[in-house]
Design a protein around this ligand. Structure first.
Ligand SMILES: CCCCC/C=C\C/C=C\CCCCCCCC(=O)SCCNC(=O)CCNC(=O)[C@H](O)C(C)(C)COP(=O)(O)OP(=O)(O)OC[C@H]1O[C@@H](n2cnc3c(N)ncnc32)[C@H](O)[C@@H]1OP(=O)(O)O
Ligand SMILES: CCCCCCCCCCCCCCCCCC(=O)OC[C@@H](O)COP(=O)(O)O
Length: 374
């Protein structure tokens, strides 16, 4: 192991990274709050500013993946469709099997310039996450309790609000509704059997209501559905902690563009269409497990420097006062102040470690297992 790789695994480096992420995040949240008075006066400007602020926080994790861990997503897609990416609104349907799938998605967003405006249909619990969850509130992410009767009003309204969004956005939907585990897979295949649907090997059975409602409410706003299938070479099981430790992963992403007009309007037909899409996705995954690649040519979208520049900028800005403070503390010789500083740094580190824990599949909710549906 080289010196650089060794350094990436050290707690001190992780503390510096976590401190930068957390403190810059709080400052960004504060700036987002400052945009509140602007919303009634110039809503579109407030939204644009929030996209930039969102970019400044989200892109730090993209920089961590691309520049710190050296992970680069290999894209398989039709070059004809490639030129449209980033130039139109889209609904993204992505499999939910990996702890860093959202991060791989974000690098794809960054390469096509839609990272600040990217959105997701997410479980309500994520809106309470410090820094990230609070930021999402200002970016008009759609949060649901995964109980249709309780969700439907807010869900439809949130989608309608996106109709005049001033920036191109991608709206991510994990139609499986939860992350893949063996038990959830077994249960969802029992549901598939009851519904006389073909079994899936690599996916949970998709829940179709959210997809249909999103398509119906975003007709005329969104141009296409991007069917995205993600997998990792060599059976890698990537983790966010691994990324923080500087481990390099090898993700492959297969993207198909499906014009929205080709998706049926009727709920039952749309539902059948989505089930068919998942059967196709399952076939791609099965082929990938045999051959190690997806169909279609590989394309490498150019890497943009902004995520790195932003990350380095925040790190320098926030490390300078921290170093000054540490020097003053050591000079003052006050044990109490030193202890308070150590306690603060530890709290930041524990807080971020807890947030990383939210991405771990072993802590996945019990949603989709029989006894407790949440
Ligand atoms: C690569 C490019 C990436 C671009 C990235 C862009 C943006 C990124 C931005 C941010 C990234 C942040 C990342 C955060 C990720 C967070 C993700 C999540 O939080 S996932 C959880 C939330 N999302 C969902 O739940 C979406 C899927 N669910 C739905 O759509 C549901 O329909 C619903 C809207 C939640 C409503 O669900 P509900 O169950 O109430 O109703 P349904 O009609 O859907 O379901 C009832 C139906 O389901 C059958 N059933 C029962 N058990 C199961 C089971 N285990 N599996 C499947 N189906 C089941 C049941 O029989 C009913 O069937 P029927 O209606 O026929 O009787
Ligand atoms: C410079 C950057 C430093 C980064 C330091 C670490 C940053 C920590 C960032 C935490 C980011 C948190 C993003 C949470 C996204 C989690 C997505 C997710 O996987 O949600 C699960 C749901 O879909 C389904 O839930 P389950 O029913 O499976 O339960």
């Amino acid at each position: 192991m080289g010196l650089v790789q060794w350094l990436k695994g050290q707690l001190l480096c992780h503390l510096v990274i976590c401190y930068g992420f957390f403190v810059s995040g709080l400052l960004i949240n504060l700036l987002q709050i400052c945009t509140l008075p602007l919303w009634p006066i110039n809503k579109q400007l407030a939204r644009r500013i929030n996209c930039k602020l969102g970019y400044s926080l989200t892109s730090q994790s993209v920089a961590l993946l691309e520049w710190w861990s050296g992970t680069e997503v290999t894209l398989y897609t039709d070059p004809e469709n490639y030129r449209l990416y980033g130039k139109e609104n889209a609904i993204v349907v992505l499999n939910h099997n990996f702890e860093i799938d959202f991060l791989c998605g974000w690098t794809f967003c960054d390469r096509f310039g839609v990272l600040g405006a990217s959105k997701c249909l997410a479980k309500k619990e994520l809106s309470y996450l410090p820094v990230i969850g609070w930021m999402w509130y200002f970016l008009e992410m759609v949060f649901i309790k995964r109980k249709w009767e309780e969700d439907k009003r807010n869900f439809v309204q949130s989608l309608q609000n996106l109709r005049d969004y001033p920036e191109n956005f991608w709206f991510l939907l994990h139609c499986e509704g939860t992350r893949f585990t063996e038990e959830k897979h077994r249960v969802s295949m029992e549901v598939a059997e009851k519904k006389s649907l073909p079994k899936l090997k690599h996916h949970l059975l998709p829940r179709t209501k959210g997809f249909w409602v999103a398509v119906q409410n975003l007709r005329g706003t969104v141009a296409a559905v991007y069917c995205c299938t993600l997998n990792f070479r060599n059976n890698e099981t990537p983790t966010l902690l691994g990324v923080l430790n500087g481990e390099k992963y090898h993700p492959d992403l297969y993207v198909r563009r499906i014009p929205l007009e080709s998706i049926p309007e009727d709920e039952a037909e749309c539902s059948a269409w989505l089930h068919k899409l998942y059967q196709e996705k399952d076939k791609f995954q099965e082929d990938y497990s045999q051959t190690g690649c997806f169909p279609g040519p590989k394309v490498t979208p150019p890497c943009r420097p902004w995520a790195l520049i932003n990350w380095l900028g925040w790190t320098c800005l926030l490390l300078y006062p921290l170093c000054l403070l540490l020097v003053q503390l050591v000079n003052s010789g006050s044990i109490l102040s030193i202890l308070a500083t150590v306690a603060f740094c530890s709290a930041v580190s524990v807080g971020v470690r807890w947030m990383i824990g939210q991405t771990e599949i072993k802590r996945s909710s019990s949603y989709g297992v029989p006894l407790n549906n949440k």
